[in-house]
Design a protein around this ligand. Structure first.
Ligand SMILES: Nc1ncnc2c1ncn2[C@@H]1O[C@H](COP(=O)(O)OP(=O)(O)OP(=O)(O)O)[C@@H](O)[C@H]1O
Length: 537
């Protein structure tokens, strides 16, 4: 693979103070004593870090530790309250995105900034018009774009909407490089990628690194940091908690300790054997047919946790969406606790009324309402249960919000804090708290620990485990379905795994058969679906 890079010498006019020689000439970016305060919250308390040219520099830390804030300052999206950023030997004083991009620093966010209706080439060119004597040189531009895309094997005229997840992420990185990016910041770029896709992305990053590109890489996965990074900086509570440029001297435990400040206690569910479960008293779905779904019979017992595994398009996510009434099935019936069969829920409200709750993997689309408070977000889906005769019981509403705020360990000043001032991982905790608060019989969680840090992830699984224990009031434990790209999580947290392919359940694993190797072989080495699916080390 040859990727022609066009990294122009920067002509940025950003230098506002006289240049000073750097102590280390191989340092491309240096942050000095950065402080950022948001209306009373000190998100960064004087952070310094140096990033070597042509390296991959990992940035780790708990939810709310300040990672996004730090890269926000480095990329010019946010203005520091105090502190200085240096690019090579140039102090950067512009602090706006355009100026930082002109200087060669690009932030690539999790959500691909891609216009799906345009071709890949046109996406690459968007807003990047190199001029010749004041005129846009379209010919040269297209030649450059074509060469770059051929280098990674994406046809320039492919509609961007047809690209897979990893190609979209690659396209975003290419856009940054095409515009002269020298330092590319990747904010949790592997979220929801398959093992294969993650490996492709890492190969691509290594190729670019060999050509001198520098990356800052944010991840909550220790294994990824250890695999791809040359150096690491760890933030805790807005301060630098540790750093190392000798990644080989670290392991997953030492990284977790740097992140948390103490050992990580891994959670392992005491798996429930099929014999002790009673599916006839749980939830049953029969003859469910919808686009991409053909399920003959699926039951889940009270107190059981079932993992759905499969490549994208295998039907795992589509079946879950049918259960919650998000996809109208062509046919299908369900029953609760051995009761009469009913048609599949026609919409989410009907699903809720039947005790089915669902957490989407798309926090932006189906998730947090950013302008509403944390409290409102937490109780939003439980208002029916908290009302009688049209009146909301505000006391119970407040108690419910307070309970899940504490239970989920949301890091925020109070319940009135607006959702959009939370860090990404804390937003995910609120979304999770909201579906749990509805007290469903069947809880469906699509990527529940997405963006959640190593410590909280274990807490989340402990909480889900507790929900499945017998509830004295209801006389039963909750049934939970987990769809996750994190194989490690799947192995430790579920009682049974249903492997999906072609819309159907093609294999079931229980007990000691649930291992990463078996899961990979059963769900992801089936080969039919290309290049996307389950992931994570
Ligand atoms: N716009 C904002 N207004 C107020 N506080 C904010 C704002 N953005 C971030 N914060 C606060 O700053 C702190 C750091 O948040 P930041 O998003 O940088 O954390 P993070 O390390 O990226 O977390 P995560 O892993 O959850 O994404 C948090 O306490 C957060 O609530």
């Amino acid at each position: 693979m040859t990727i022609p890079l066009r990294i122009p010498a920067s002509e940025t006019p950003m230098t506002a103070t006289p240049a000073q020689p750097l102590a280390q000439p191989d340092v491309i970016l240096r942050a000095e004593n950065l402080v950022k305060t948001y209306a009373g919250v000190q998100a960064l308390k004087g952070v310094s870090l140096s990033v070597r040219r042509g390296s991959i520099h990992g940035l780790l830390g708990e939810n709310g530790a300040g990672k996004s804030t730090l890269v926000g300052l480095i990329s010019g999206m946010r203005t520091p309250t105090r502190g200085q950023i240096w690019l090579g030997d140039r102090p950067v004083a512009g602090h706006d995105v355009k100026a930082m991009e002109e200087a060669g620093v690009f932030l690539v966010t999790q959500e691909p900034m891609i216009v799906e209706q345009l071709s890949v080439e046109d996406n690459l060119l968007l807003g990047r018009w190199p001029a010749r004597n004041g005129f846009v040189d379209f010919k040269r531009l297209r030649q450059d774009a074509t060469r770059m895309l051929e280098g990674i094997g994406i046809a320039p005229d492919t509609p961007a909407g047809l690209l897979g997840a990893v190609e979209k992420r690659k396209l975003n990185i290419l856009r940054a490089l095409f515009s002269g990016g020298e330092v590319i910041i990747l904010d949790e770029p592997t979220t929801s990628l398959t093992v294969a896709d993650r490996n492709h992305l890492f190969d691509f990053m290594r190729e670019l690194k060999a050509r001198g590109v520098t990356f800052i890489f944010i991840s909550h996965y220790n294994e990824e940091i250890l695999e791809i990074c040359d150096a690491v900086s760890v933030l805790r509570d807005g301060a630098l908690a540790g750093e190392s440029s000798d990644i080989a001297s670290l392991n997953s435990d030492s990284l977790s300790e740097m992140v948390l400040g103490h050992d990580l206690a891994l959670f392992h569910r005491q798996k429930r054997a099929p014999e002790v479960l009673s599916p006839s008293t749980g939830v049953r779905f029969r003859d469910v047919r919808a686009p991409g779904v053909a399920i003959a019979d699926f039951s889940i017992a009270p107190g059981e946790i079932v993992g759905f595994a499969g490549l994208p398009g295998s039907g795992a996510k589509d079946f879950a969406r049918c259960m919650f009434g998000l996809t109208a099935p062509v046919s299908g019936r369900f029953s609760m606790a051995g009761g009469a069969e009913k048609p599949m829920p026609g919409d989410p409200r009907e699903a809720f009324q039947n005790g089915i709750a669902y957490l989407s993997d798309d926090r932006r689309r189906d998730g947090l309402v950013g302008i509403r408070s944390i409290g409102d977000n937490l109780v939003m889906s439980s208002l029916d249960a908290l009302s009688s005769f049209g009146w909301i019981d505000t006391k119970r509403e407040g108690e419910t919000a307070e309970r899940y705020f504490r239970q989920m360990g949301v890091k925020a000043p109070n319940l009135a804090t607006p959702g959009d001032s939370l860090s990404g991982g804390n937003q995910q905790k609120v979304c999770l708290g909201r579906v749990i608060a509805t007290g469903p019989k069947l809880l469906i969680l699509d990527e529940p620990t997405r963006g959640i840090d190593v410590g909280v992830k274990e807490d989340v699984h402990r909480q889900i485990d507790a929900l499945t224990k017998l509830d004295a009031e209801k006389g039963r434990g909750m049934s939970v379905i987990i769809i996750t790209t994190d194989l490690d999580e799947m192995v430790r947290a579920v009682d049974r795994v249903c492997v999906f392919s072609g819309g159907a359940i093609v294999e079931t694993l229980t007990g000691a058969d649930i291992t990463k190797e078996r899961l990979r072989a059963a769900a992801f080495d089936r080969g039919a679906t290309p290049a996307t699916g389950m992931s994570q080390p």
